[in-house]
Design a protein around this ligand. Structure first.
Ligand SMILES: [Zn+2]
Length: 67
């Protein structure tokens, strides 16, 4: 497992560091580095980030620059 800091918060304790699997045998789950609560599946992480980016205001997107 690899310890990573993400722009996500643990649902249980609010921690933003997580253990991410780096080898196939370690599975697909991402867990909180503090309380070990399950965060999400690695397959869902990209979707989670996309949801955050969509929700975040005032990003310099082409649409924002032209507005
Ligand atoms: Zn936690």
């Amino acid at each position: 497992m690899m310890r990573v800091t993400l722009d996500l918060r643990c649902n249980e304790c609010g921690h933003n560091q997580f253990h991410m699997p780096v080898q196939r045998m370690e599975g697909h789950g991402i867990y909180c580095a503090s309380c070990n609560a399950f965060l999400c599946d690695t397959h869902n992480l990209e979707k989670a980030f996309q949801a955050i980016n969509r929700a975040a205001p005032a990003r310099q997107t082409p649409a924002a620059l032209s507005a």
